[in-house]
Design a binder for this molecule. Structure first.
Ligand SMILES: Cc1ncc(C[n+]2csc(CCOP(=O)(O)OP(=O)(O)O)c2C)c(N)n1
Length: 310
Protein backbone atom coordinates (compact mmCIF):
# COMPACT_ATOMS: atom_id res chain seq x y z
CA UNK A 1 0.00 0.00 0.00
CA UNK A 2 2.83 2.41 0.82
CA UNK A 3 4.24 2.01 -2.69
CA UNK A 4 0.83 2.55 -4.27
CA UNK A 5 0.43 5.69 -2.18
CA UNK A 6 3.85 7.01 -3.23
CA UNK A 7 3.21 6.21 -6.89
CA UNK A 8 -0.21 7.88 -6.80
CA UNK A 9 1.30 11.08 -5.36
CA UNK A 10 3.56 11.26 -8.42
CA UNK A 11 0.84 10.29 -10.91
CA UNK A 12 -1.62 12.83 -9.46
CA UNK A 13 1.07 15.53 -9.52
CA UNK A 14 1.86 14.79 -13.16
CA UNK A 15 -1.80 14.73 -14.20
CA UNK A 16 -2.42 18.05 -12.45
CA UNK A 17 0.67 19.45 -14.18
CA UNK A 18 -0.72 18.31 -17.52
CA UNK A 19 -4.04 20.04 -16.75
CA UNK A 20 -2.24 23.26 -15.75
CA UNK A 21 -0.34 23.20 -19.03
CA UNK A 22 -3.70 22.95 -20.78
CA UNK A 23 -5.00 26.06 -19.02
CA UNK A 24 -1.81 27.99 -19.79
CA UNK A 25 -0.86 28.34 -16.12
CA UNK A 26 2.31 26.30 -16.71
CA UNK A 27 4.31 27.48 -19.70
CA UNK A 28 7.28 26.13 -21.56
CA UNK A 29 8.33 22.62 -22.28
CA UNK A 30 7.15 19.93 -19.83
CA UNK A 31 8.03 16.22 -19.80
CA UNK A 32 5.92 13.92 -17.64
CA UNK A 33 6.86 10.59 -16.06
CA UNK A 34 3.37 9.06 -16.11
CA UNK A 35 3.89 5.28 -16.23
CA UNK A 36 7.43 5.43 -14.83
CA UNK A 37 6.58 5.99 -11.14
CA UNK A 38 7.92 2.68 -9.80
CA UNK A 39 11.57 3.61 -10.45
CA UNK A 40 11.75 6.72 -8.29
CA UNK A 41 9.58 5.21 -5.56
CA UNK A 42 11.75 2.10 -5.30
CA UNK A 43 15.14 3.73 -5.74
CA UNK A 44 14.71 6.73 -3.44
CA UNK A 45 13.73 4.40 -0.59
CA UNK A 46 17.36 3.30 -0.26
CA UNK A 47 19.03 6.72 -0.38
CA UNK A 48 20.30 8.50 2.72
CA UNK A 49 20.10 12.21 3.49
CA UNK A 50 23.57 13.09 2.21
CA UNK A 51 23.24 11.06 -1.00
CA UNK A 52 22.91 13.10 -4.17
CA UNK A 53 20.38 12.45 -6.92
CA UNK A 54 20.65 13.84 -10.45
CA UNK A 55 17.69 13.50 -12.84
CA UNK A 56 16.68 14.60 -16.32
CA UNK A 57 13.95 16.94 -17.57
CA UNK A 58 11.56 14.00 -16.84
CA UNK A 59 12.41 14.37 -13.18
CA UNK A 60 9.34 15.53 -11.22
CA UNK A 61 8.76 12.00 -9.90
CA UNK A 62 12.34 11.74 -8.66
CA UNK A 63 12.09 15.09 -6.88
CA UNK A 64 8.86 13.97 -5.19
CA UNK A 65 10.17 10.54 -4.23
CA UNK A 66 13.27 12.19 -2.72
CA UNK A 67 10.96 14.11 -0.38
CA UNK A 68 10.53 17.53 -1.99
CA UNK A 69 7.21 18.98 -0.76
CA UNK A 70 4.51 19.28 -3.43
CA UNK A 71 3.59 22.93 -2.96
CA UNK A 72 6.99 24.55 -3.69
CA UNK A 73 7.50 22.00 -6.45
CA UNK A 74 4.24 22.95 -8.14
CA UNK A 75 5.00 26.62 -7.48
CA UNK A 76 8.26 26.15 -9.39
CA UNK A 77 6.42 24.75 -12.41
CA UNK A 78 4.00 27.67 -12.17
CA UNK A 79 6.84 30.22 -12.18
CA UNK A 80 6.00 31.45 -8.68
CA UNK A 81 8.48 33.16 -6.38
CA UNK A 82 7.70 30.48 -3.76
CA UNK A 83 8.97 27.71 -6.05
CA UNK A 84 11.92 25.57 -5.00
CA UNK A 85 14.12 27.76 -7.21
CA UNK A 86 12.10 30.96 -6.95
CA UNK A 87 10.42 30.15 -10.26
CA UNK A 88 13.70 30.38 -12.19
CA UNK A 89 14.16 26.66 -12.90
CA UNK A 90 10.76 25.61 -14.16
CA UNK A 91 9.77 22.07 -15.06
CA UNK A 92 13.01 20.97 -16.72
CA UNK A 93 15.68 22.57 -14.52
CA UNK A 94 14.40 22.43 -11.00
CA UNK A 95 16.46 21.34 -8.03
CA UNK A 96 15.96 20.93 -4.29
CA UNK A 97 19.39 20.14 -2.84
CA UNK A 98 18.10 20.41 0.73
CA UNK A 99 16.21 17.17 -0.04
CA UNK A 100 19.15 15.54 -1.80
CA UNK A 101 17.67 16.35 -5.20
CA UNK A 102 20.55 18.01 -7.01
CA UNK A 103 18.61 18.80 -10.07
CA UNK A 104 17.27 18.03 -13.45
CA UNK A 105 19.17 18.61 -16.66
CA UNK A 106 17.86 19.07 -20.18
CA UNK A 107 21.14 18.16 -21.86
CA UNK A 108 20.73 14.44 -22.55
CA UNK A 109 23.37 12.49 -20.61
CA UNK A 110 24.77 15.53 -18.81
CA UNK A 111 23.76 14.42 -15.32
CA UNK A 112 26.10 11.40 -15.32
CA UNK A 113 29.46 13.23 -15.19
CA UNK A 114 28.06 15.68 -12.63
CA UNK A 115 27.00 12.75 -10.42
CA UNK A 116 30.49 11.28 -10.72
CA UNK A 117 31.85 14.64 -9.56
CA UNK A 118 29.50 14.61 -6.56
CA UNK A 119 30.68 11.12 -5.57
CA UNK A 120 34.32 12.16 -6.00
CA UNK A 121 33.70 15.25 -3.84
CA UNK A 122 32.19 12.94 -1.21
CA UNK A 123 35.45 11.02 -1.07
CA UNK A 124 37.31 14.23 -0.22
CA UNK A 125 34.79 15.92 2.07
CA UNK A 126 34.30 12.77 4.15
CA UNK A 127 30.57 12.30 3.51
CA UNK A 128 31.20 9.32 1.19
CA UNK A 129 27.83 10.04 -0.35
CA UNK A 130 26.34 7.85 -3.00
CA UNK A 131 25.47 9.69 -6.18
CA UNK A 132 22.57 8.37 -8.22
CA UNK A 133 22.13 9.54 -11.77
CA UNK A 134 19.05 8.64 -13.77
CA UNK A 135 18.75 8.95 -17.54
CA UNK A 136 16.83 7.46 -20.44
CA UNK A 137 17.74 4.74 -22.92
CA UNK A 138 18.57 7.40 -25.51
CA UNK A 139 21.18 8.88 -23.17
CA UNK A 140 23.01 5.55 -23.25
CA UNK A 141 24.28 6.62 -26.66
CA UNK A 142 25.91 9.80 -25.34
CA UNK A 143 29.67 9.83 -24.90
CA UNK A 144 29.31 11.73 -21.62
CA UNK A 145 27.50 8.77 -20.02
CA UNK A 146 30.19 6.31 -21.09
CA UNK A 147 33.00 8.61 -19.97
CA UNK A 148 31.29 9.02 -16.61
CA UNK A 149 30.77 5.26 -16.21
CA UNK A 150 34.36 4.52 -17.14
CA UNK A 151 35.77 7.11 -14.73
CA UNK A 152 33.55 5.84 -11.90
CA UNK A 153 34.59 2.24 -12.58
CA UNK A 154 38.28 3.10 -12.85
CA UNK A 155 38.25 5.02 -9.56
CA UNK A 156 35.75 2.77 -7.76
CA UNK A 157 33.34 5.61 -6.97
CA UNK A 158 29.94 5.00 -5.33
CA UNK A 159 27.76 6.00 -8.28
CA UNK A 160 24.52 4.30 -9.26
CA UNK A 161 23.75 4.71 -12.96
CA UNK A 162 20.01 4.16 -13.43
CA UNK A 163 18.71 3.90 -16.99
CA UNK A 164 14.95 4.22 -17.37
CA UNK A 165 14.36 2.33 -20.58
CA UNK A 166 10.94 3.43 -21.84
CA UNK A 167 11.90 2.23 -25.36
CA UNK A 168 11.62 5.71 -26.91
CA UNK A 169 14.01 8.62 -27.35
CA UNK A 170 11.66 11.44 -28.26
CA UNK A 171 10.09 9.99 -31.43
CA UNK A 172 12.75 7.34 -32.14
CA UNK A 173 12.21 3.72 -31.06
CA UNK A 174 15.15 2.08 -29.34
CA UNK A 175 15.51 -0.53 -32.10
CA UNK A 176 16.43 2.27 -34.55
CA UNK A 177 19.02 3.73 -32.17
CA UNK A 178 21.17 0.79 -31.06
CA UNK A 179 22.70 -2.32 -32.60
CA UNK A 180 22.20 -4.31 -29.41
CA UNK A 181 19.41 -3.50 -27.00
CA UNK A 182 21.15 -5.35 -24.17
CA UNK A 183 22.21 -2.06 -22.62
CA UNK A 184 23.79 -3.64 -19.51
CA UNK A 185 26.50 -5.20 -21.70
CA UNK A 186 28.14 -1.81 -22.09
CA UNK A 187 28.67 -0.86 -18.41
CA UNK A 188 29.59 -4.49 -17.69
CA UNK A 189 32.38 -4.20 -20.25
CA UNK A 190 33.62 -1.13 -18.37
CA UNK A 191 33.97 -3.21 -15.23
CA UNK A 192 30.85 -2.68 -13.15
CA UNK A 193 27.93 -4.78 -12.01
CA UNK A 194 25.09 -4.20 -14.46
CA UNK A 195 21.57 -5.62 -14.44
CA UNK A 196 18.29 -5.19 -16.29
CA UNK A 197 15.16 -5.53 -14.16
CA UNK A 198 11.41 -5.03 -14.32
CA UNK A 199 11.12 -1.32 -13.64
CA UNK A 200 7.40 -1.53 -12.95
CA UNK A 201 7.88 -3.29 -9.63
CA UNK A 202 8.86 -0.76 -6.94
CA UNK A 203 9.79 -3.44 -4.44
CA UNK A 204 12.13 -5.19 -6.88
CA UNK A 205 13.69 -1.83 -7.74
CA UNK A 206 14.17 -1.10 -4.03
CA UNK A 207 15.76 -4.49 -3.31
CA UNK A 208 18.03 -4.43 -6.36
CA UNK A 209 19.23 -0.87 -5.91
CA UNK A 210 19.40 -1.40 -2.14
CA UNK A 211 21.89 -4.26 -2.58
CA UNK A 212 23.98 -2.30 -5.07
CA UNK A 213 23.91 0.82 -2.88
CA UNK A 214 25.05 -1.22 0.14
CA UNK A 215 27.93 -2.62 -1.92
CA UNK A 216 28.85 0.85 -3.21
CA UNK A 217 28.91 2.24 0.36
CA UNK A 218 31.45 -0.37 1.38
CA UNK A 219 33.87 0.13 -1.50
CA UNK A 220 32.18 -2.05 -4.11
CA UNK A 221 32.23 0.72 -6.69
CA UNK A 222 29.61 1.85 -9.18
CA UNK A 223 26.74 -0.15 -10.62
CA UNK A 224 24.29 0.13 -13.48
CA UNK A 225 20.60 -0.77 -13.38
CA UNK A 226 18.35 -0.73 -16.42
CA UNK A 227 14.70 -0.32 -15.46
CA UNK A 228 12.39 -1.72 -18.14
CA UNK A 229 9.44 0.65 -18.09
CA UNK A 230 7.15 2.72 -20.30
CA UNK A 231 5.83 6.25 -20.56
CA UNK A 232 2.08 6.38 -21.02
CA UNK A 233 2.08 9.93 -22.38
CA UNK A 234 3.94 11.83 -25.07
CA UNK A 235 7.61 12.77 -24.91
CA UNK A 236 6.47 16.30 -23.99
CA UNK A 237 3.08 17.74 -23.10
CA UNK A 238 1.41 18.35 -26.47
CA UNK A 239 3.18 15.52 -28.31
CA UNK A 240 0.49 13.98 -30.58
CA UNK A 241 2.36 10.64 -30.48
CA UNK A 242 1.69 9.78 -34.12
CA UNK A 243 4.72 7.53 -33.97
CA UNK A 244 3.19 4.81 -31.83
CA UNK A 245 0.27 2.50 -32.21
CA UNK A 246 -2.83 2.13 -30.08
CA UNK A 247 -1.91 -1.52 -29.55
CA UNK A 248 1.45 -0.58 -28.05
CA UNK A 249 -0.13 1.91 -25.69
CA UNK A 250 -2.79 -0.61 -24.66
CA UNK A 251 -0.08 -3.17 -23.82
CA UNK A 252 1.81 -0.51 -21.84
CA UNK A 253 -1.32 0.31 -19.84
CA UNK A 254 -1.57 -3.35 -18.83
CA UNK A 255 1.97 -3.35 -17.47
CA UNK A 256 2.19 0.09 -15.90
CA UNK A 257 3.02 0.08 -12.21
CA UNK A 258 -0.17 1.52 -10.71
CA UNK A 259 -2.53 -0.80 -12.62
CA UNK A 260 -0.29 -3.66 -11.68
CA UNK A 261 -0.13 -2.74 -7.97
CA UNK A 262 -3.93 -2.44 -7.90
CA UNK A 263 -4.24 -5.93 -9.43
CA UNK A 264 -1.80 -7.37 -6.89
CA UNK A 265 -3.46 -5.70 -3.89
CA UNK A 266 -6.90 -6.83 -5.06
CA UNK A 267 -5.64 -10.40 -5.46
CA UNK A 268 -4.20 -10.18 -1.93
CA UNK A 269 -7.67 -9.32 -0.60
CA UNK A 270 -7.34 -5.56 -0.02
CA UNK A 271 -10.78 -3.91 -0.23
CA UNK A 272 -11.57 -1.86 -3.34
CA UNK A 273 -12.57 1.17 -1.18
CA UNK A 274 -9.17 1.13 0.49
CA UNK A 275 -7.46 1.13 -2.89
CA UNK A 276 -9.58 3.91 -4.39
CA UNK A 277 -9.05 6.01 -1.25
CA UNK A 278 -5.32 6.06 -2.04
CA UNK A 279 -5.96 7.74 -5.39
CA UNK A 280 -8.52 10.15 -3.90
CA UNK A 281 -6.18 11.23 -1.10
CA UNK A 282 -3.29 11.77 -3.51
CA UNK A 283 -5.44 13.88 -5.82
CA UNK A 284 -6.67 15.97 -2.87
CA UNK A 285 -3.16 16.56 -1.60
CA UNK A 286 -1.97 17.63 -5.06
CA UNK A 287 -5.02 19.83 -5.61
CA UNK A 288 -4.39 21.65 -2.33
CA UNK A 289 -0.73 22.15 -3.23
CA UNK A 290 -1.67 23.46 -6.68
CA UNK A 291 -4.34 25.85 -5.39
CA UNK A 292 -1.93 27.23 -2.79
CA UNK A 293 0.81 27.63 -5.39
CA UNK A 294 -1.55 29.33 -7.86
CA UNK A 295 -2.34 31.93 -5.20
CA UNK A 296 1.37 32.71 -4.74
CA UNK A 297 3.01 35.71 -6.47
CA UNK A 298 4.71 35.25 -9.81
CA UNK A 299 8.51 35.28 -9.82
CA UNK A 300 10.09 38.68 -10.05
CA UNK A 301 11.69 38.94 -13.50
CA UNK A 302 14.52 41.02 -11.98
CA UNK A 303 15.67 37.86 -10.17
CA UNK A 304 16.31 36.01 -13.47
CA UNK A 305 20.07 36.51 -13.30
CA UNK A 306 20.47 35.38 -9.71
CA UNK A 307 22.68 32.27 -9.37
CA UNK A 308 23.84 32.60 -13.00
CA UNK A 309 27.59 32.21 -13.17
CA UNK A 310 28.36 32.09 -16.87
C1 LIG B 1 22.78 16.47 -25.90
C2 LIG B 1 21.36 16.51 -26.35
N1 LIG B 1 21.03 15.99 -27.56
C3 LIG B 1 19.73 16.01 -27.98
C4 LIG B 1 18.77 16.59 -27.20
C5 LIG B 1 17.31 16.59 -27.67
N2 LIG B 1 16.55 15.60 -26.88
C6 LIG B 1 15.80 15.97 -25.82
S1 LIG B 1 15.08 14.67 -25.07
C7 LIG B 1 15.76 13.58 -26.17
C8 LIG B 1 15.46 12.11 -26.08
C9 LIG B 1 16.13 11.44 -24.95
O1 LIG B 1 15.60 10.16 -24.79
P1 LIG B 1 15.92 9.28 -23.55
O2 LIG B 1 17.32 9.50 -23.11
O3 LIG B 1 15.53 7.89 -23.87
O4 LIG B 1 15.00 9.86 -22.39
P2 LIG B 1 13.41 9.97 -22.27
O5 LIG B 1 13.03 11.29 -22.86
O6 LIG B 1 12.81 8.81 -22.97
O7 LIG B 1 13.13 9.96 -20.80
C10 LIG B 1 16.54 14.24 -27.11
C11 LIG B 1 17.26 13.58 -28.21
C12 LIG B 1 19.17 17.14 -25.96
N3 LIG B 1 18.27 17.72 -25.14
N4 LIG B 1 20.45 17.07 -25.54
Amino acid sequence: MADLRAMWRIRAFEEKTQALCGTGDIRGSVHLCIGQEAGPVGACGVLEGSDALFATYRGHGWAIARGTPLRPLMAELLGRSTGVNGGRGGSAYLSAPEYGFHGENSIVGAGAPIAVGAALAGRYDGTHRIALTVFGDGAMNQGSVHEAMNFAAATCLPVLFICENNRWSELTPIKDAVGSDILADRPRALGMTAVRIDGNDPDLVRRTIGDLAAAARTGGGPAFVELATQRLVGHYVGDPQQYRTREELAADREQEPIARAVRELTAAGVAAEEITAVEKNAREEVEQAAQAALADPLADSDSAREHVYA
